[in-house]
Design a protein around this ligand. Structure first.
Ligand SMILES: Nc1ncnc2c1ncn2[C@@H]1O[C@H](COP(=O)(O)OP(=O)(O)O)[C@@H](O)[C@H]1O
Ligand SMILES: C[C@@](O)(CCOP(=O)(O)O)CC(=O)O
Ligand SMILES: [Mg+2]
Length: 386
């Protein structure tokens, strides 16, 4: 029995960090995916282990099922309702992760492996299986690799659970229905909590549903748009950790509650205005160029507010200054502190300018890509190959 699942990464057009504190944010899926394949052994395989292979990194982690049963609280009933990982369970999982001797340079993976063990044992219990992960997303760069990982994992695990009933004979990639989407999203959020500490839920939500969304306090509004949005994504290649950056903003908020509440409120207004512009039918009173100019201004304002939250970085500032030379507006995307920067590429911008700005950014050691925006959310595929 085998199932594959895929889930996309994302860009946040406005509102990262502030969304954790209740502000409106706007995000879109991108056409870079994390893939999870889940296979249960047949009795003749005589395999009684749970194995996690991280293919891109050539890493494999494996636990005898007897060891997992010994380490984790025996009375963890399989739950059809997504539940949070208790402190006690988290400690037991941490012991299982520590035994794997993760290379020091890859210690950031411990959080992802813990989320894996939580989601696996909560949805599938103590069954042997092999789970293989591959990803087109850079990890820890603001493109939502943690959410894509949790969403694809939850989708694969739920595909073979009693909580959903699916046509396992379906040919090709299958899109979940509303009920399954909700379940995947809620489980993925529990995984994100293990990785991020205090996630807003925007990343797992846009990875589950795809397209473009407006998100505020846990609820999503789908954004319908005919506007062709083209963004250059520049990866500064400065790795950072979302959990630490989110905690840093919370600490600043505790120190300066009044000032920060104005910052969050300004970000909220930016998100609302941005979604109105993106959704306004074309052609209307605003031409595409006028809309793009407004979006550029909102992006610049959002970047200024992110800077005042303390999540910019010298590498991000270099990208901003470089793109500004070409009169292009940019903002960081995701948690900041390094990671990726978005630059709006207006419809009428010539290819020559795009080539020039990319080559200047690349000469600084950054990596540029133009991803498709607003594609499909999570999907599953029954059977061996896709
Ligand atoms: N393909 C993957 N395999 C294992 N762990 C992953 C994978 N993708 C993401 N993760 C986990 O998520 C962490 C990165 O998440 P985060 O700091 O939120 O950055 P981002 O979500 O922007 O990539 C990694 O350090 C790892 O723990
Ligand atoms: C900073 C934040 O708004 C987005 C984090 O995105 P990423 O993990 O850096 O891709 C956190 C959140 O909303 O959960
Ligand atoms: Mg993340």
């Amino acid at each position: 029995m085998e199932v594959k699942a895929k889930a996309p990464g994302k860009i946040i057009l406005s509102g990262e960090h502030a969304v954790v504190h209740g502000s409106t944010a706007v995000a879109a899926s991108i056409d870079l995916y994390t893939y999870v394949s889940l296979r249960f052994p047949t009795p003749s395989d005589d395999d009684d282990t749970l194995t996690l292979q991280l293919k891109d990194m050539a890493l494999e982690f494996s636990w005898p099922i007897s060891r997992i049963k010994e380490a984790l609280p025996a009375s963890s009933p399989l739950s059809s309702i997504p539940t949070s990982c208790s402190m006690e369970y988290a400690r037991s999982i941490a012991a299982l992760v520590e035994e794997q001797n993760i290379p020091e340079a890859k210690i950031g993976l411990a959080a992802g492996i813990s989320a894996f063990l939580w989601l696996y044992t909560s949805i599938q219990g103590f069954k042997p299986a092999t789970v293989v992960i591959t990803s087109e997303l850079p990890l820890g760069s603001g493109l939502g690799s943690s959410a894509a990982f949790c969403v694809a994992l939850s989708a694969a695990l739920l595909a073979f659970s009693d909580s959903v009933s699916l046509d396992i004979n379906h040919q090709g990639w299958l899109v979940f229905g509303e009920k399954e989407h909700e379940l995947v999203n809620r489980w993925a959020f529990e995984g994100e909590k293990i990785i991020h500490g205090k996630p807003s839920g925007i990343d797992n939500t846009v990875s589950t549903y795809g397209n473009m969304i407006k998100f505020r306090s846990g609820s999503l509004t789908r954004i319908k748009t005919n506007m062709p949005l083209k963004m250059l994504i520049t990866n500064t290649k400065v790795r950072r950790n979302t959990k630490a950056l989110v905690a840093g903003v919370s600490e600043r908020t505790l120190r300066h509650p009044d000032a920060m509440s104005f910052v969050f409120s300004a970000v909220d207004s930016i998100g609302k205005e941005l979604s109105t512009i993106i959704q306004s039918p074309s052609p209307d009173d605003l031409s595409i160029t006028e809309k793009e100019e407004k979006i550029e201004e909102l992006m610049e304002m959002n970047q200024g507010l992110l800077q005042s939250m303390g999540v910019s970085h010298s590498s991000i500032e270099t990208v901003l200054q470089t793109t500004l030379k070409y009169k292009l507006a940019s903002k960081l995307t995701g948690a900041g502190g390094g990671g990726c920067v978005l630059t709006l590429l207006p419809t009428l911008l010539s290819g020559t300018v795009v080539d020039k700005v990319i080559s200047e950014l690349e000469s600084c050691g950054f990596q540029c890509l133009i991803a498709g925006i607003g594609g499909s959310g999570t999907q599953i595929f029954f059977g061996g190959s896709s």
